[in-house]
Design a protein around this ligand. Structure first.
Ligand SMILES: C[S@@+](CC[C@H](N)C(=O)[O-])C[C@H]1O[C@@H](n2cnc3c(N)ncnc32)[C@H](O)[C@@H]1O
Length: 283
């Protein structure tokens, strides 16, 4: 390079430094300032998606459950019929109800009321669900069941059912709920609190594959769909890879009878929900 050219380049660099308008200086300017419009647009779009999708999730989940449960799945109803058969021999702790051969049931995560048909004649039912949008489906459904003498639905989280007094119910029912609660133990604590001494806790849940050697693919699908948040997103927090039995066993019931089995499912998509747990715990 000739001496003249080198001098020219030095001059250009010096000038650029002085007026601060070269490319090097531009990258030093705050990135956010230059991209303010893009950032505001992205935040606005995310906010709208959040409002439209996540904000309305309880509403569309309730509607989806209403559609799912509108037509009964006969094979699973048979399993339930068998499971709940002993409800008819439960004797109330409440002398007034006992005289009339009636019982008080608390159902947690009652949803649209898919278990109404399995409750014995003379049931006084309190339903609990954290999702307000189930209420109208529950009330509409309840009218079809004269076996339920009285029923109210409490819109509250099962972790704290203040409205239900200690030792006041004969039976607590939970079906397909413990898969989607943030923590299982506080709910079991409430179950024990509200049950009268000798009261029964009937539970049915889909659980993690219990024979992974034989059903490795199903176990893998359960883990993948849960960890990638696909199943929990569609089904309101539902985790496919839980087992609630250890929690139930150590909750403080005087006895727990439980069975793991493969439940019938309506189609291949729900194959991941085939491993099931059902049982009755006594306070
Ligand atoms: C998959 S649905 C099952 C509904 C019904 N029990 C059945 O067997 O089809 C789960 C239900 O539990 C309710 N739920 C989930 N977590 C709850 C909580 N922490 N407290 C009260 N309800 C809850 C949901 O709103 C929903 O209605």
């Amino acid at each position: 390079m000739s001496g003249e050219n080198a001098y020219h380049i030095n001059l250009v660099e010096e000038n650029a430094d002085q007026d601060g308008s070269d490319e090097g200086d531009l990258t030093l300017m705050p990135w956010c300032y230059h991209n303010l419009f893009t950032i505001i647009s992205i935040v606005a779009v995310l906010w709208v998606i959040h409002r439209l999708v996540l904000g309305t999730q309880p509403k569309w989940f309730a509607y989806m459950m209403y559609l799912y449960t509108k037509y009964e799945f006969v094979q699973f109803e048979e399993v339930k019929k068998d499971h709940f058969a002993s409800l008819s021999s439960v004797v109330s702790h409440d002398p007034e109800l006992r005289k009339k051969k009636e019982i008080r049931i608390l159902e947690i995560g009652v949803g649209t009321g898919v278990n109404f048909a399995h409750y014995p004649e003379g049931t006084h039912l309190v339903g609990v669900d954290r999702n307000l949008h189930f209420k109208s489906y529950w009330e509409e459904n309840r009218k079809q069941f004269p076996n339920i003498y009285s029923g109210e639905m409490l819109t509250t989280s099962a972790e704290n059912i203040e409205a239900v007094a200690d030792n006041s119910v004969d039976v607590v029912v939970i079906t397909l709920v413990l898969c989607s609660v943030p923590k299982i133990d506080p709910i079991l604590k409430e179950v024990l609190r509200v049950l009268a001494p000798g009261g029964k806790f009937y539970f049915m849940e889909h659980i993690a594959e219990f024979d992974p050697e034989k059903h490795g693919l199903r176990k893998m699908m359960q883990d993948v769909l849960t960890y990638l948040y696909v199943w929990p997103f569609i089904y309101d927090g539902c985790c496919l890879n839980r087992d609630m039995l250890p929690n139930i066993k150590k909750a403080g019931f005087s006895s727990v009878e439980a069975e793991k089995y493969y439940a019938p499912v309506p189609n291949i998509i729900f194959d991941v929900e085939r491993p099931n747990l059902k049982g009755i715990a006594t306070k």
